[in-house]
Design a protein around this ligand. Structure first.
Ligand SMILES: Nc1ncnc2c1ncn2[C@@H]1O[C@H](COP(=O)(O)OP(=O)(O)OP(=O)(O)O)[C@@H](O)[C@H]1O
Ligand SMILES: Cc1cn([C@H]2C[C@H](O)[C@@H](COP(=O)(O)O)O2)c(=O)[nH]c1=O
Length: 208
């Protein structure tokens, strides 16, 4: 049986550079001979991509807070079952653009459900398959970057008011302070190459 692969998630608010860094980190790890699966949330499996569409389109009141959190958790359970667990068991590394900490920060911390309640509804679907390391990119001007990238158009959750996104940032910091072995806050300012260097430093202990 092959050795298990590692599971790394990239987290943070809107526009902080997660997708950019996922690609850069993948290049750096592949150059070291590591076989990778790149994925994202919400989504990543066929079923979860369908749930993504339900969650990110339509009016704010399309889903209440509880239903929204449960849909994210259901999508995640399918993602773990169909993509993440098989890859890790096959010895591949998984790099995911967002995972459970987005639910803890957005639905738990910024929504009114509370971080512990959202952790509880996700535990059933995730089981033991938590990331080995979660890199939380921190950047004050992320929202402005996202708006420029999207020509001021945003999805159902990205378009929530500024105070919602401030609470998301605070919640990520709280979760990181509660689980320092798994989560690391990474300064996402500077050039993409500088940020990638910081990310590689933060996973150096996991490398073969
Ligand atoms: N280090 C950087 N310096 C300047 N611009 C950057 C940097 N990293 C990313 N960008 C740009 O900022 C924008 C947001 O980056 P990206 O899409 O990677 O963020 P994201 O965190 O994945 O966003 P979202 O959460 O909205 O999906 C993009 O236009 C990207 O090209
Ligand atoms: C996984 C997850 C995501 N969200 C939010 C965060 C973003 O506003 C969107 C996803 O958009 P992206 O451009 O692909 O980053 O969904 C959330 O609220 N809860 C979650 O668990």
């Amino acid at each position: 049986m092959s050795e298990r692969g590692k599971f790394i998630s990239l987290e943070g608010g809107e526009g902080v550079g997660k997708s950019t860094q996922l690609a850069a980190l993948a290049d750096a790890l592949r150059a070291q001979g590591i076989e990778l699966v790149l994925t994202r949330e919400p989504g990543g499996s066929d079923g979860a991509e369908k749930i993504r569409e339900l969650l990110l389109t339509g009016d704010e009141d399309r889903w209440g807070a509880e239903a929204e959190a449960l849909l994210f958790a259901a999508a995640r359970a399918d993602h773990v079952d169909k993509v993440i667990r098989p890859a890790i068991l096959a010895g591949k590394w998984v790099l995911s653009d967002r995972f459970v900490d987005s639910s803890l920060a957005y639905q738990g911390g910024a929504g009114d459900l509370g971080i512990q309640a959202v952790r509880a509804i996700n535990a059933f679907g995730i089981g033991e398959w938590f990331p080995d390391r979660t890199l939380v990119l921190a950047l004050a001007e992320g929202g402005a970057r996202a708006r420029a990238r999207d020509n001021e158009m945003s999805d159902r959750i990205g378009g929530r008011p500024a105070n919602y996104h401030q609470k998301v940032d605070l919640a990520f910091r709280q979760i990181a302070s509660e689980e320092p072995a798994r989560l690391r806050i990474i300064d996402a300012s500077g050039s993409p190459e500088e940020v990638t260097g910081r990310l590689l430093d933060a996973i150096a202990d996991l490398l073969p």
